[in-house]
Design a protein around this ligand. Structure first.
Ligand SMILES: NC(=O)c1ccc[n+]([C@@H]2O[C@H](COP(=O)([O-])OP(=O)(O)OC[C@H]3O[C@@H](n4cnc5c(N)ncnc54)[C@H](O)[C@@H]3O)[C@@H](O)[C@H]2O)c1
Length: 268
């Protein structure tokens, strides 16, 4: 195991009650020694995730945050950080997705997608930067998606909002680049979490996996490990970058299975 890097630091992880965010919060606290805000609108899930971290020897505080409430988010953040300390590491992980045909996409879900996937991260970054720039160190990691790079069926609001999150990552990164704060994004491919199971249903998983060169879904730990790297000292010269963690999906074009296998082996 690595030496913990983040003793004495505070990390704020959104969507930390479930899936990827839960694993990120766990690794930041238990493996890297940070004091972690487990932030989610799911109060019971956040409490359970924070308790799990504490049981494993880490420090965690659950906080209930509704990211759709963008009008009051900064006020809630100010209250929280007064009590627990301002974040040195911010992971904008929470996200929402609904697959609906583009021609019929309802405005209310478009607005929700942009509130949670773009506006809330923007406000949280602005809030975190006040402290990070003052101290001359900070790490911000935005969890985007391969859907922000390539289109996916039914993902009008999801893909467009994740593309905006990737663009926003670059905008912030260059403006704060001299201050010791890095801003990066991760574009996960399909990761086995409650979100992906609800969107795809079990019937689609095999055909989706077939489009991935590694032919399998990733795990929350695959993404959390990449967050640990981008939050580390070793990643101090990386900023404005979007790291695909996707089993080769974005690299892939024409993908022909078994092309170079002997006919007998391919048929077997
Ligand atoms: N799972 C995948 O295949 C995949 C692929 C690419 C990108 N991502 C991205 O990774 C991130 C995490 O996804 P996941 O698969 O772990 O999802 P998940 O559904 O398991 O967890 C998402 C968490 O975010 C919380 N959340 C949602 N809306 C919220 C709101 N308005 N306010 C506060 N909390 C809210 C939920 O309560 C939940 O705990 C998302 O941004 C998602 O878009 C996931």
């Amino acid at each position: 195991m690595n030496t913990p890097q983040h003793h004495g630091r505070v990390a704020f992880v959104t969507g930390a009650a479930s899936g990827i965010g839960r694993q990120v919060a766990h690794q930041l606290a238990v493996d890297e020694g940070a004091r972690v805000y487990v932030a989610d609108r799911d109060a019971a899930g956040a409490a359970e995730a924070a308790a799990e971290i504490r049981a494993a020897g880490g420090q965690a505080q659950e906080v209930v945050v509704e990211l759709e409430a963008t009008g009051t988010l900064l006020h809630s953040m100010a209250e929280l950080t007064a009590a627990f300390g301002p974040p040195d590491i911010l992971v904008n992980n929470a996200g929402v997705v609904k697959t609906i045909p583009a021609a019929d996409y309802p405005l209310d879900h478009w607005n929700t997608s942009f509130a949670v996937n773009v506006t809330a991260p923007m406000l949280l970054i602005q809030h975190a930067l006040q402290h990070m720039q003052r101290q001359g160190w900070g790490r911000i990691v935005n969890i985007a998606s391969i859907s922000g790079v390539r289109a996916g069926t039914g993902r009008l609001a999801y893909g467009t909002s994740k593309a905006a999150l990737i663009a926003m990552t670059k905008q912030f990164a260059i403006e704060v680049a001299e201050s010791g704060v890095t801003v990066n994004a991760i574009a996960p491919g399909p990761i086995d979490t409650p979100m992906v199971r609800s969107v795809q249903g079990s019937g689609h998983q095999a055909s989706y996996a077939d489009m991935i060169p590694m032919r399998r879904f990733g795990s929350p730990a695959d993404i959390a490990d990449s967050v640990m790297f981008l939050a580390s000292e070793q990643a101090g010269y990386i900023t404005g970058h979007t790291l695909a963690v996707d089993g080769g999906f974005l690299a892939s074009g024409v993908l022909v299975r078994n092309l170079f296998q002997a006919p007998a082996a391919a048929a077997a």
